[in-house]
Design a protein around this ligand. Structure first.
Ligand code: GLA
Length: 346
């Protein structure tokens, strides 16, 4: 006898460093946050999925055995998660899904992986199925975003949501998906995110263009991924591919420099790395916009030791590091590493 109601939670994430490196087999340093998405799933006779996005007051209704693909936004995530779970051989029957969350959409804090991981855990538990290997689950949730939502995103968000731990950041090596946990001890410093006010979607922004540029750079260099690019690779490429590759190479190096800075308790160095990452994302990777630049400037004026765009770019939030004695502005939210996606009750 299966369960009749389950509730699952998926967290959003902040990426400390390592942006646009995941789909280049590179390094990232995210952590899961307390904010996230909660999905309550109740078994329904009749084989239909009836979903409600409570925050939007919107609904969806479709056959669990044949989710239609012609949708955007949150519906594409729900249909895609059902479709990918079934394609992977899992049982998904009729269910009523109640979805609510407190990660702002389009904010660069990965409301999307929060949603897909919560949905996947809820639907698997409702079918009394084991969740299996969490790396496989991350890949499944990533296929939802790639093949149903139309954003060619990597695995950063899903891995952060599925492996996050309180008090720790994750050094992800996206080449072999290995994870090293790094204690995030801030010694009285604080991390905060502030909205730029410019909302983005990855499917509709320049995100997919950047990914295509990285593929083009690999082809020109004759390598399988930018992880294999040597330090001189940019010199062999035409603009703008040279700048794109320079960002990826320097950003990978900044991730390991940040891990060292954290181990050494050198928060000032972490601030400098965050600033350098932003400059690289703005000038070399070109994923910033005016609203983000104004937000970065505002946070720096407030005394931030480092401030940078987080997530896919073209809008979203800015992450800033504040030292003792400085005060984040009123619209900034303090963030700290919290636990991973999980079932809340049976
Ligand atoms: C988005 C994507 C991730 C990653 C970041 C940029 O959050 O979902 O896969 O590429 O952008 O680092």
């Amino acid at each position: 006898m299966g369960l009749t109601t389950v509730t699952a939670f998926g967290p959003g994430r902040v990426n400390l460093l390592g942006e646009h490196t995941d789909y280049n087999d590179g390094l990232c340093l995210p952590f899961a946050i307390e904010r996230g998405v909660t999905v309550r799933a109740e078994a329904l006779d009749g084989g239909r999925i009836r979903a409600e996005a409570a925050d939007l007051d919107e609904h969806d209704d479709f056959a669990a055995d044949d989710p239609p693909r012609d949708e955007e936004g949150w519906r594409a995530f729900v249909r895609g998660t059902v479709g990918e779970l079934r394609a992977a051989g899992h049982t998904v029957g009729g269910a009523r899904l109640h979805i609510a969350g407190d990660v702002p959409r389009g904010s660069g804090l990965s409301s999307s992986a929060a949603l897909s991981t919560a949905l996947a855990l809820a639907l698997l538990a409702l079918a009394s199925e084991d969740e299996g290997d969490r790396r496989d689950l991350a890949r499944l949730c990533s296929r939802v975003e790639n093949d149903w939502v139309g954003a060619q995103t990597g695995l950063l968000d899903q891995l952060a949501a599925l492996f996050g731990r309180a008090g720790q950041a994750l050094r992800l090596d996206c080449r072999d998906l290995s994870i090293d946990f790094v204690p995030l001890e801030l010694h009285g410093w604080r991390l905060a995110v502030a909205p730029s006010g410019h909302v983005h979607t990855h499917a509709g922004s320049g995100y997919n263009d950047r990914r295509a540029e990285c593929r083009a750079a690999c082809e020109a260099l004759g390598i399988a991924s930018l992880r294999d690019a040597g330090p001189d690779a940019p010199d062999a490429l035409p603009a703008p591919l040279d700048r794109r590759v320079r960002h990826v190479l320097t950003e990978n190096a900044r991730v390991d420099a940040a891990v060292q800075a954290l181990h050494a308790g050198d928060l000032a160095a972490l601030g400098e790395l965050i600033d350098a990452s932003h400059a690289s994302l703005r000038d070399d990777y070109e994923v910033s916009v005016d609203a983000v630049e104004r937000t970065v400037a505002r946070l720096k004026d407030a005394g931030a030791a480092g401030a940078r765009i987080v997530g896919g770019g073209f809008g979203g939030s800015v992450l800033a590091l504040f030292g003792p004695g400085t005060q984040p502005p009123a619209d900034a939210t303090l963030v700290q590493p919290a636990g991973c996606a999980r079932l809340l009750d049976y």
